[in-house]
Design a protein around this ligand. Structure first.
Ligand code: ADE
Length: 253
């Protein structure tokens, strides 16, 4: 049976996924708890990604090597960079890039040495399925979050975007830094700290990968405001609803 790996960036997201798995068993590897079980008839391994590129790459490698995962989906939050990417929107990655990779002048800026590329594509089919699931969820955002939460976080007609997500070992929390990223990488829609590293691992193993990120902030001077509450009350609920919607439409293989 196909095994789906679900990497959650946040404890709250993972807790919501585990609450939906009736039979999860904990397996400890490399100091991490991997939760093996089922969700909606699919064989699933869920795990906290940990934060930053190296930690997430290690988690992904264990998923692929030890647990035979053959589809990997990452959920979490990100800072919005695209001009129309607002807090409460969802970004589904089409391509991912490490914005802090720079081995110039030996290699072009952002290129991962010896790979001959800076971009790692997400799986197109998987991303399309997750974008469709995200559209479904956001179309009924009030149902998943409650009207009070929508109003509290001023979420108005949240949208799904598809495009480039960039990753680096830095929480971007100044307007100067987000502006510099926009200038260097004008197509980037969102910035986070893990996705491109996991995409690279999945590329190495030839395993389809997709990433879904809820925009928690604008990667500017207000980026830390209400972060924990947003994760608990908005992002975790979106992730659960999107994954659940996606799995309900997917044929168990
Ligand atoms: N994840 C959520 N917001 C982020 C930001 N502003 N920078 C990096 N990672 C993030």
């Amino acid at each position: 049976m196909a095994v789906i790996g679900i990497m959650s960036a946040m404890h709250e997201e993972l807790a919501a996924v585990l609450a939906a798995m009736p039979d999860e068993q904990r397996v400890q590897v490399a100091g991490r708890d991997f939760w093996v079980g089922h969700w909606q008839g699919h064989s699933v391994v869920a795990v906290l990604s940990r934060i930053g590129k190296v930690a997430a790459a290690t988690t992904a490698t264990v998923l692929l090597e030890r647990f035979g995962v053959d589809t990997l989906v990452f959920t979490g939050v990100a800072g919005g960079l695209g001009t129309d990417v607002r807090v409460g929107d969802v970004v589904v990655a089409q391509g991912l890039l490490q914005h802090d990779m720079d081995a110039s002048p030996l290699f072009p800026r952002h290129e991962v040495p010896l790979y001959g590329r800076a971009h790692f594509e997400a799986d197109a089919g998987l991303s399309a399925q997750l974008a469709a699931a995200s559209q479904q969820v956001l179309a009924h955002a009030g149902q998943h979050l409650g009207a009070g939460t929508l109003a509290e976080f001023a979420l108005n007609a949240p949208r799904v975007h598809q495009g480039m997500v960039i990753s680096g070992d830095r929480f971007v929390s100044t307007s100067a830094e987000s502006q510099a990223l926009r200038q260097a990488l004008p197509e980037a829609l969102a910035v986070e700290m893990e996705g491109a590293a996991v995409a690279q691992v999945c590329h190495d193993y030839g395993v389809p990968f997709a990433a879904v990120r809820t925009i928690s902030d604008r990667a500017d001077d207000g980026a830390h405001t209400d972060f924990q509450r947003f994760i608990r009350e908005v992002a975790s609920r979106y992730s659960l609803a999107i994954l659940s919607q996606w799995l309900s439409r997917r044929q168990p293989a």
